[in-house]
Design a protein around this ligand. Structure first.
Ligand SMILES: *Cc1c(COP(=O)(O)O)cnc(C)c1O
Length: 359
């Protein structure tokens, strides 16, 4: 009745809605610091742009090419508009890449731990997943990954900064990795959190002009604060971009999504402000964790992955939730991931952790 591979899936478990969880827990206030959402919302220009939309156009299909958004992004990144493809969230692009590239028996190389969706789609296509552990500083171990590449390898995933560790590897390191890799191996660099590095030279988008087997992924869900609108994109060269376009669903972005993404993309002041605040709050978190004696990885993202000693991470998770703060657990035994929130919420969570540890 269904594909054999689908019978054994380990699906992504989406977050429960805040309203649902609040009701279930009988909480008046609940702040979600578990999904890496932008705690500072989105640009006010988004609402202004959407207000101008005519509901009379509801019966018309959206622009299949998302021309306005496409040309804004192409101009900013100095790339050809033809080297961009949009998805209903980056999630759809991750699915599309696996669908277009992988055949049963192919192999995919994944760092471990990393974003779980890479595995999900490889599994559906019947590919075999091989994982390579992060190094002791929580960074993706490119030299170990290189050693694992063989004649069956078709895809290598590099999440940079990596989710859930937040660790960053340099564009130079990625370029050396690409340098003598067989052209049949597609390297996908997921830059969902790249803005939070605060470094304008952190991206490898420009390398797509040089390496036809490199795909760079971006999303509007994190720094741009548009998770609800579902817009992500990939940058890559020919011929892969043409195959991806051919396999894409024709109307995968609504006009609403395109308008919102374009407006948020143009408001660079908003994103710069968000990044500045996140970086300042991240430093405070690191300072706090150091003082509390909780090990953590060096993060370049809008979240921090930390270890709760004595293995009581489940208890701490429960304690914080009962006090109105939801963190992410279940990614690694004894560890929690916290999204960097508003300053007052970060402080409140830190105070609760201190209380928990001293009790
Ligand atoms: C959040 C996230 C995505 C998904 O982004 P959407 O555009 O919301 O689908 C992709 N990759 C990583 C690493 C993420 O953390």
């Amino acid at each position: 009745m269904v594909k054999e591979t689908v019978k054994h899936l380990n699906p992504y478990v989406p977050e429960m809605t805040l309203a649902e969880l609040k009701k279930q827990r009988g909480l008046d206030k609940l702040v979600r610091l578990s999904a890496n959402e932008n705690a500072f919302g989105t640009s006010p220009d988004v609402a202004k742009a959407l207000d101008k939309w005519h509901y009379a156009d509801s019966n018309l299909y959206p622009d299949s090419n998302a021309e306005e958004l496409r040309s804004s992004i192409a101009t900013r990144f100095n790339i050809s508009p033809d080297n961009l493809i949009f998805g209903n969230g980056l999630d759809e692009i991750i699915e599309l890449l696996s669908r277009v590239i992988l055949q049963p028996g192919d192999e995919v190389l994944d760092p471990a731990p990393t974003f779980s969706e890479y595995q999900l789609h490889a599994q559906i296509e019947g590919a075999k997943i091989r994982t390579v552990d992060l190094d002791e500083s929580g960074r993706i171990n490119l030299s170990a990954m290189k050693r694992e590449v063989d004649e069956k390898t078709r895809m290598v995933w590099i999440c940079n900064p990596n989710n859930p560790t937040g660790t960053f590897i340099s564009p130079q390191a990625i370029q050396s990795f690409l340098a003598d890799l067989p052209a049949e191996v597609t390297v996908i660099v997921d830059e969902a959190y790249i803005d939070f590095t605060g470094d304008k030279h952190a991206s490898v988008i420009q390398l797509t002009k040089q390496y036809a087997n490199l795909v760079v992924l971006r999303t509007f869900s994190k720094a741009y604060g548009l998770a609800n609108f579902r817009v992500g994109f990939a940058v890559c060269g020919s011929p892969l971009i043409d195959y991806l376009q051919a396999a894409r669903l024709p109307y995968n972005l609504s006009t609403f999504a395109e308008i919102a993404a374009t407006a948020s993309f143009k408001d660079t002041d908003f994103v710069d402000q968000v990044v500045e605040t996140v970086i300042a709050e991240r430093k405070k978190w690191e300072h706090f964790l150091m003082k509390a004696g909780l090990p953590f990885y060096d993060s370049a993202a809008n979240f921090i992955f930390f270890q709760v000693k004595n293995g009581d991470s489940k208890e701490l998770h429960e304690y914080l939730l009962s006090n109105g703060y939801l963190l992410r657990d279940g990614l690694r035994d004894g560890w929690l991931r916290v999204t960097i929130g508003k300053p007052e919420d970060n402080q409140a969570v830190q105070e609760l952790i201190t209380k928990f540890l001293t009790n």
